[in-house]
Design a protein around this ligand. Structure first.
Ligand code: KIV
Ligand code: ZN
Length: 391
């Protein structure tokens, strides 16, 4: 498949939810699944049905409820997993079974004590069996990031023959460099017969902080699906963050790759996931962190007040953040103080600003951030010295 649409496969409720402390009950999962559908994700990986009765129930209820997206359930290359997933997905409008097996030499030797040939047989068997229940079968080659490309190409070709519609190439351990991961996708496109009839999918982990870069390298080299989670939650250092890849593609239109995501819902969705999982988002997290659109140094604040684009590459409203924030600290200049004072009702002359700024610095040196209440206090003090116009 070579059009310009990148499918967004959300695995917040599977790879994200399996993290300690992020466990959700069925009702919480339903609320998030409904929001993901509204956000415009193309696939919702709702869980791993065989793992527990609770997860089976969640996948089944999500399958009944979701209106637009494909609903997907994870399995190992094990017949019972696949049968149980098919049962959980039976009411989905668009069901997908996601089955697979480890393909790196390390997984083959240490996890399965097996051989490459036997792993190929299991992969073919799993895909064929899944195909007896649903049309849409995604195959994952776990640890593909560390799998030799020639062997990866062989197994991909075999599972395509068995009926796979999507090939997931996970960098399970977050080891690859972007160039290497992109090259892997290119290699598969050039060496696997039938690859033009399936979607290649990126599934990257963030152990070295490169999940987003790797996913983008993947789609620049022909992949057309990205597997990701809201806020980048997931095993260890997490998965590719949905909000990041979506905004990278949006902010770089020359790549000519689009998604169906309504980006204005990104921030609210991030809050919803953060709160229901109780998993905080670091303040400097790209796109959805508390500081993502906050400016605190005087030089930056002066620039942003004159023109937002001096220090912002995207409009906060595009991701659902109402406005950029000017944070007042001891590093702020007069421009920032005048700007904030005006926002809360004080129009200052140059002399008044000079006086206020001295009091402001005294206050800022004592505390991390100067809040609106502090400004009101400062204004009251200098009001005694000179009359301040309330805007
Ligand atoms: O990281 C991974 O390899 C996975 C697979 C199970 C798809 O999550
Ligand atoms: Zn994963």
């Amino acid at each position: 498949m070579q059009d310009n649409k990148v499918q967004i496969f959300d695995t917040t409720l599977r790879d994200g939810e399996q993290v300690p402390g992020c466990k959700l009950d069925t009702n919480q999962k339903l609320v998030i699944a409904e929001r993901l559908d509204l956000l415009g994700v193309n696939v919702i990986e709702a869980g791993f049905p065989v793992s527990s009765p609770g997860d089976f129930n969640s996948v089944s209820e999500i399958a009944k409820m979701v209106k637009n997206a494909t609903v997907c359930g994870l399995t190992r290359a094990v017949e019972n997993d696949i049968k149980v997933a098919a049962e959980a997905l039976k009411y989905a409008k668009l069901p997908r079974i996601h089955t697979g097996i480890g393909t790196s030499d390390s997984h083959i030797k240490f996890k399965f004590n097996s051989t490459r040939e036997k792993v190929i047989e299991r992969a073919i068997g799993a895909v064929s069996y899944a195909k007896s229940f649903v049309e849409d079968v995604e195959f994952y080659a776990e640890d593909a990031g560390r799998t030799d490309n020639e062997f990866l190409a062989r197994i991909c070709e075999e599972v395509i023959k068995a009926g796979a519609t999507v090939l997931n190439i996970p960098d399970t351990t977050g080891y690859c460099l972007p160039e290497e991961y992109g090259e892997k996708m290119r290699y598969l496109r050039e060496h696997v017969k039938g690859i033009e009839n399936v979607i290649l999918s990126c599934h990257c982990h963030n152990d070295l902080g490169m999940a987003t870069a790797n996913s983008i390298a993947g789609v620049m080299n022909g992949a057309r699906q990205i597997e990701c989670t809201i806020n980048g939650i997931g095993e260890r250092a997490g998965n590719t963050a949905l909000e990041e890849v979506v905004m990278v593609l949006k902010q770089h239109p020359y790549l000519n790759l689009q998604t169906d995501i309504n980006t204005r819902l990104l921030y609210d969705t991030s809050i919803m996931v953060r709160e229901s999982m109780g998993m905080p988002v670091q303040p400097n997290k790209a796109i959805v962190g508390a500081n993502a659109f906050a400016h605190s140094s005087g030089i930056h604040q002066d620039g942003v007040i004159k023109n937002r684009e001096t220090y912002e590459i995207m409009d906060p409203e595009e991701v659902g953040v109402t406005e950029s924030a000017i944070i007042l600290t001891a590093r702020s200049g007069r421009a920032a103080l005048a700007y904030r004072a005006k926002k809360i009702g004080y129009e200052l002359t140059k002399i008044q600003l000079d006086t206020a700024y001295t009091s402001f610095l005294e206050c800022a040196d004592k505390q991390k951030e100067v809040k609106d209440d502090d400004i009101h206090f400062i204004m009251k003090r200098i009001h005694k010295i000179s009359k301040i116009a309330v805007a």
